[in-house]
Design a protein around this ligand. Structure first.
Ligand code: NAD
Length: 428
């Protein structure tokens, strides 16, 4: 996508021009742009309220992935990440997906699972029955823990009781409380409800409640995205579209069957997703935990995505995984940049946010597979990597680009070489 006035591509614009173009495209106010860009970002006083022992803030680059069409809607995707190539790859793959109509995505209701561990029960089956008999009353009690959530249509949905009989300390009961947390990520909502419920559970079961905590395996809150990429869009100078399609599927098959490959394959998916999760003030550790546990749900760790050939020969990509993210709660409304990022994306609910994030994961996955299965990952990556190496060598902003370019031309990208070039230039 280019700047209408100058015909320059987004990446060719200055930072100010990029911000101005975003304002034009999304209607974001100058105030929100300042928050998004970090110019009026998180300050010390705000940071001091977020965590303990604050001595400052820590900045990371925020880039915009372009070309994303999700369920027919144009979305500017904010990504916070230190790794080069991720934003460029996401934008490029979104462009390829756009040739096939973009991404189709959906997300389940925001149902989270809270767990309660109940110990010291003499008759586990009798306690299980007693708790199940009181299910309705327990759900009412759990629902009362958050009147606002209830008013918003959320609250307690289900209660399940399991006996765990293969633990190292002997058998015990586990209760799963399922709550619809609407637009929140839901950890605090769930943990509060569990604490409220625990004396009631102890009374009914005759046991002792130990842990009362959210499960990050949010497998009732899956998000999924798919795309169908026409072969013409996959064609490169060196490879036919058909060839690229076949190679991507072959590369995916490796991850589908081998955990060593699957770990890196899924890391590539998370490169994109974490960056948006972070930009929107969400808990990326929670998303990571859910993703990898879900990838191992069959007992064997495998790929989160699937790539196949469609009826008309097009490349079909699918990704489905747990995705607990919120548009309220946590840091989403505390960090000024997070609020601005959500506004930029124009997402109206946690489900819509999850739909965009899972689409970014699928795009990122294709970016890695396509690069690795054709030209190799390093060609595209090296130019960007060289810039980071030049900066790490201490090059001032004006010299980062020329030093990076020289290292790429020499085919030798290393911090020692960057320092040498820098010293030569300084000596001139
Ligand atoms: P929260 O408690 O900050 O916000 C949720 C509250 O917002 C609800 O209680 C509700 O009353 C209110 N609310 C207002 N509008 C709402 C709407 N439209 N939909 C839903 N709720 C609405 O946040 P949370 O999402 O319960 O918890 C998220 C935080 O918990 C994150 O910071 C996360 O890092 C942290 N956390 C995570 C874990 C874990 O992942 N295992 C454990 C503990 C805490």
């Amino acid at each position: 996508m280019s700047d209408k006035k100058s015909n320059l591509k987004f990446y060719e614009l200055s930072i100010d021009q990029r911000l101005a173009l975003l304002a034009e495209e999304t209607g974001l106010s100058a105030d929100d742009l300042a928050k998004l860009s970090g110019r009026a970002g998180l300050n010390e006083a705000q940071a001091d309220h977020m965590i303990e022992n604050v001595v400052g803030t820590y900045a990371l680059p925020l880039g915009i992935a372009r070309n994303f069409l999700v369920n027919g809607r144009e979305v500017q995707v904010p990504m916070v990440i230190e790794e080069p190539s991720v934003v460029a790859a996401a934008s490029f793959m979104a462009k390829l997906a756009r040739a096939g109509g973009g991404f189709t995505a959906s997300a389940d209701a925001s149902e989270m699972i809270g767990q309660m561990q109940v110990l010291d029960i003499a008759d586990l089956n009798a306690a299980k029955k007693a708790l199940e008999a009181e299910r309705a009353a327990l759900l009412v009690a759990a629902g009362e823990s958050d009147p606002l959530l209830k008013k918003l249509g959320g609250g307690a949905r289900d209660l399940q009781v399991r006996i765990i009989d293969d633990s190292p300390i002997g058998p015990f009961l586990v209760i799963h409380l399922i709550m619809d947390v609407r637009d929140a990520m839901g950890a605090n909502v769930i943990n509060t409800a569990l604490e409220r419920l625990s004396p009631v559970v102890e009374r009914i079961s005759g046991g002792r409640v130990l842990l009362r905590i959210l499960s990050n395996l949010a497998d009732r809150r899956l998000a999924r995205a798919s795309c169908a990429i026409p072969l013409e869009a996959l064609t490169t100078n060196e490879f036919s579209g058909e060839d690229v399609c076949a190679r991507v599927i072959e590369a995916w098959a490796f991850a589908a069957t081998d955990p060593y490959r699957a770990a890196t394959h899924n890391k590539g998916i998370m490169n994109g997703m974490d960056a948006v999760v972070l930009a929107t003030g969400n808990d990326w550790r929670a998303v990571e935990a859910g993703a990898h546990t879900y990838a191992a749900r069959s007992g064997k760790y495998t790929s989160l995505s699937k790539w196949s050939k469609g009826k008309n020969g097009e490349l079909i990509g699918e990704l489905e995984m747990p995705l607990a993210v919120g548009t309220v709660g946590g840091a989403t409304r505390v960090h000024p940049g997070a609020g601005a990022a959500l506004k930029l994306m124009g997402v109206a609910s946690a489900r819509e946010l999850a739909e965009v994030i899972v689409s970014v994961g699928l795009a990122q996955n294709l970016g890695a597979l396509r690069a690795m299965a054709t030209e190799g990952i390093q060609r595209g990556h090296m130019a960007l990597h060289a810039r980071q190496v030049a900066a790490a060598a201490g090059a001032p902003p004006g010299m980062v680009e020329p030093i990076a370019e020289q290292m790429v031309n020499e085919g030798h990208i290393h911090i020692d070489r960057a320092v040498e070039i820098l010293n030569t230039w300084r000596a001139k």
